[in-house]
Every structure is written in structure tokens, then in C-alpha cells.
Design a protein around this ligand. Structure first.
Ligand SMILES: Cc1ncc(COP(=O)(O)O)c(C=O)c1O
Length: 401
């Protein structure tokens, strides 16, 4: 009999880390806890009736296709609709540039599988999306975090990192950015920084991975052009998803990439799941074809901008001096900075005892720092819960100051 079954794990499997958020969500599902932890949309926003109508028609009229295997690249009507949607920002996008994935999280895995060998460098914002860290880590990449400010990743610091790597004859396999209402910080990268990032990508020769699930969730201010729309050299790969606009349960997302990179990505996906579910792809394709998405986005923008306002008001009213928070113009998250000596990690069990949950900021730092920070979500809880939850959090912080 084998004594230690785990001795058979590959180095890659040993390197994999559980997402702290996914672990946390198990606790935060308790009905007595007000959860600011997940990035969950408000279920009120799910277009249940529209999807029910389309679903019935789909099964009645196209059941034989909808319940069958489909092409790895994705269903043609859906790729066409997404290409059309994205062409709003850059006219040259074609269905051939779109690969349908099971959530953007699979997109992160596919891109990592295609680009990363162990010890390859990936550069990212500090902090950044935890699921990105998880994917790059699984392929044993070396991660370099570049601090950001109110305008996104600091380009002066990025330049230093790139020059340092170049001295050793190295460069990143790609730079990963979440430029719009970033998860976790809520920061949006300015136009000037986007241009500078592209300029460095051309100068040093590396791809940019633009992951933008929150782009359409703007509640104030003017749109900043997507990085891919500014790209003239075919060096940007985009991850898009319907998780935050429609609903995450359908798991419909996409990679948009230059045709030259598509082939390997398709092969990588083939080895993972053969194809994304045909049924949910055709459901979303018809939803888009009927032109229902714009109305849906308007609806959620209204709801979330109201919730954001409620949360900002509650923070202003209840938080003790010394606690700072971001004031995003979109997305689903606020970023909180506690006084340097405090640790959101140490306080977490106390928060759960007080029946309020957040995500510790250190989980989003590839260097393990950020202990005095936390991410809180404003889309999931009701307005009443938002006020009550912020009061609970503020009370706990005051007691620990
Ligand atoms: C920046 C970012 N990328 C990717 C994802 C994954 O989204 P999904 O797999 O639901 O499409 C998320 C989810 O919160 C995210 O915030």
C-alpha cells in the first residue's frame, strides 16, 4: 500500500494554491453574515424571464444542436455577436479572433498554459486579481508586482523593472493588467498610462493581457479607451466575460487574440474541456442578437451606482479616523487601507464573529504584502445590509485602534 499518496503530485500541483476568497466564501454563505467578500452580482439583476423565454425556444427549435458537442472555438453565432460587440471599440475585430471560454478564469489558465514555462516572468499590478495570481502560479511563473496609484500601474516603476530584466537579457512573457475599475482596488488606468504601457510593449517586445470584466460598469465620468483599441501592433490579448453583466452561472466568457496566437489557445482548450457548453453559448448568442444587453447594463449600472453611494456614505459616517478608502467610478469593489500597524488578516476572525466579511488585501499581493488592506464588495448586499455591515466593521476597527 502507498503510504503517502500526495508524494505523486507534480511540481506544478504542489505549487498550486487555494484561492483565499473561494475558501472564505464557504463561511460567508452563512445567512447571518453580511458578506462584502465575494465579487457576486446582485441576483436581482439576473434576466431570468428573458433567459427563460429564449431557453424554451432554443430547446424547442434547436434542441439537437444545443445539447450536442460543439466546436472548441465556440458556437459561430456567439463569436459573431461578441466580435460585433467588441468592434464598437475597434472595427477590425472578427469572429476568428474570439475563443469562447468557461469564464475568464479559464481564459487565464489557457493563456498561462500557452505562454508560460516554469520561471518565466509575468508582470502585474500590485495588488491584482487573485485568480490571475492563482493561474500564473500554477504554471510556476515568477511574478513581479508593480505598485499602482490613482492612475493605475506606475509606468516609471515598470520601466525600471523592464530595464533591470533587460540587463539580464530577460523580458516578461506578458504583462497582466485589469485596467478598468480594477479588482481589487477599483482603480482605472489613465489614458496616458495605457499609451505608455503600449509604447513599452512595443519597445521591449512583449504581449499585454488586458482583463476587463468591469469595463461596462461605469457609474460616473467618461470612458477611457480600451488598451486593445489603441494597439497598432497586434500585441494585446483581451479577456472578456458576461459574468458581471448577465450572470456568472452561465460561465460564458471569451479570449480575444490576434489570429496567430489563436491556434495554440484552441488546442489548449481542447485538452481541458473539448468545448464550452453549447446550450449556454446559444442562449447568450440569442440574448445578444435580440439586443437585450444594453438595457440590462443600464439596469445594473443604476442599481450598483446607488449601492456604491450608500456604501461611501456609510463609510464617511462611521469609519474611525486613520482609515482610508478608494472612491471608484465603477466596478464592484472598494479598497480599504487601515493604519499601517493594523492587520486585516489578524482582524478577520473577529469580523466573522461580528458577522461581517471582507477579503484580506494581502491575498491580492504577489509579494504577500498589504496586510493593512482589505477589499469590500458593494454589489451583493442589500442597501440596508451595506449600512449595517459598515457599522459592524467600523465598530470592530474602533475597538482595535
Ligand atoms: C479581474 C477578473 N478577471 C477574471 C475574473 C473571472 O471571471 P469569470 O471566470 O466569472 O468570467 C474575475 C472575477 O471576479 C475578475 O475580477
Amino acid at each position: 500500500m502507498i503510504k503517502d499518496l500526495t508524494a505523486f503530485y507534480s511540481k506544478a500541483a504542489l505549487n498550486m494554491k487555494r484561492s483565499e476568497i473561494r475558501e472564505l466564501l464557504k463561511v460567508t454563505r452563512r445567512p447571518d453574515i453580511i458578506s462584502f467578500a465575494g465579487g457576486f452580482p446582485d441576483p436581482q439583476t439576473f434576466p431570468v424571464k428573458d433567459l427563460e423565454d429564449i431557453s424554451c425556444q432554443l430547446l424547442r427549435e434547436k434542441g439537437a444542436i444545443a445539447l450536442q458537442y460543439g466546436p472548441t472555438e465556440g458556437e459561430a453565432p456567439l463569436r459573431e455577436e461578441i466580435a460585433k460587440w467588441m468592434s464598437g471599440e475597434k472595427a477590425s475585430i472578427k469572429p476568428e479572433n474570439i475563443l469562447i471560454t468557461a469564464g475568464s478564469q479559464q481564459g487565464l489558465d489557457i493563456v498561462s498554459r500557452v505562454f508560460l514555462d516554469p520561471n518565466d516572468f509575468v508582470i502585474m499590478e500590485l495588488p491584482t486579481y487573485i485568480g490571475g495570481l492563482q493561474a500564473f502560479n500554477a504554471y510556476r511563473a515568477k511574478m513581479i508586482g508593480v505598485p499602482q496609484d490613482d492612475e493605475g500601474m506606475r509606468m516609471d516603476l515598470l520601466e525600471k523593472v523592464l530595464a533591470k530584466l533587460a540587463k539580464r537579457n530577460k523580458k516578461p512573457k506578458f504583462i497582466y493588467v485589469v485596467p478598468d475599475f480594477q479588482n481589487p482596488s477599483g482603480v482605472t488606468m489613465s489614458l496616458q498610462r495605457r499609451k505608455k504601457l503600449l509604447q513599452m510593449a512595443y519597445q521591449y517586445g512583449f504581449p499585454i493581457l488586458e482583463d476587463s470584466p468591469y469595463r461596462d460598469l461605469r457609474y460616473a465620468g467618461k470612458n477611457v479607451p480600451a488598451i486593445y483599441s489603441l494597439d497598432t501592433q497586434n500585441q494585446v490579448i483581451v479577456l472578456g466575460t458576461f459574468s458581471k453583466l448577465l450572470c456568472p452561472g452561465l460561465r460564458i466568457a471569451w479570449i480575444m487574440a490576434p489570429a496567430e496566437w489563436m491556434d495554440r489557445m484552441v488546442v489548449a482548450k481542447q485538452g481541458m474541456d473539448l468545448c464550452s457548453p453549447t446550450y449556454t453559448q446559444l442562449l447568450v448568442a440569442e440574448y445578444l442578437r435580440r439586443g437585450l444587453l444594453s438595457r440590462q447594463i443600464e439596469k445594473i449600472r443604476k442599481l450598483y451606482s446607488r449601492k456604491l453611494e450608500v456604501m461611501l456614505n456609510a463609510l464617511r459616517q462611521h469609519m474611525p479616523k486613520g482609515v482610508k478608502w478608494s472612491k471608484p467610478k465603477g466596478g464592484l469593489f472598494l479598497w480599504i487601507e487601515l493604519p499601517k500597524k493594523m492587520s486585516a488578516n489578524i482582524l478577520f476572525p473577529q469580523a466573522i464573529r461580528n458577522k461581517v466579511a471582507y477579503v484580506v488585501g494581502s491575498a491580492f499581493h504577489c509579494n504577500g504584502k498589504g496586510q493593512n488592506t482589505m477589499r469590500i464588495n458593494f454589489s451583493y448586499a442589500s442597501e440596508q445590509q451595506i449600512v449595517e455591515g459598515i457599522q459592524r466593521l467600523a465598530k470592530m476597527l474602533k475597538e482595535n485602534m
